[in-house]
Design a protein around this ligand. Structure first.
Ligand code: MN
Length: 159
């Protein structure tokens, strides 16, 4: 629990593959799911019993991507490093360091790193939140009506 009690300051530790902070565990992105993703790590930076939000840091390695999903909780994202693209609803957007991304409730979303740079981002969420939903065949079909989404899902760089 990173509520500051024992470690009011957790120093940034440069030099590794992914951005890391002292005494913050590097977690697998998802456990035991069938959700498709590739080359993503997760670190919980801030979380506490008296806090209604959590701040996590995700890093998608070059060429990797997060799960395509939606849920009722909002994501507030600040990109910290690298380059990539995101799908939010039916929009595909090129993103890079310091861009802000808001994912509204029940909106399909996915984050993809570029082929040759990672994509690292902070993501604030409600501490109490619903589980992600994956698209069924129908939902995927609807998304794939948009040529930009077909290209995005195939990993084609966003211009
Ligand atoms: Mn999500």
């Amino acid at each position: 629990m990173h509520d500051g009690g024992e470690h009011p300051v957790r120093r940034f530790e440069p030099g590794g593959d992914a951005f890391r902070w002292n005494a913050v565990d590097l977690m697998a992105y998802k456990h035991g799911g069938r959700a498709p993703f590739r080359d993503v790590t997760r670190q919980t930076l801030f979380k506490g019993p008296d806090m209604r939000s959590e701040l996590r840091y995700f890093e998608v390695a070059a060429g990797g991507h997060s799960t395509l999903e939606r849920h009722e909780h909002t994501h507030a994202v600040l990109v910290l490093r690298g380059l990539g693209a995101c799908l939010v609803g039916t929009g595909v957007h090129r993103i890079g360091a310091f861009d802000l991304v808001t994912v509204p409730p029940l909106t399909w979303h996915q984050f993809r790193a570029s082929a040759n740079a990672p994509l690292g981002f902070l993501c604030m969420v409600d501490a109490q939140r619903d589980r992600p939903q994956l698209p069924d065949a129908h939902a995927l079909e609807e998304l794939q009506r948009h040529p930009a989404i077909v290209r995005f899902l195939a990993g084609v760089p966003v211009g």
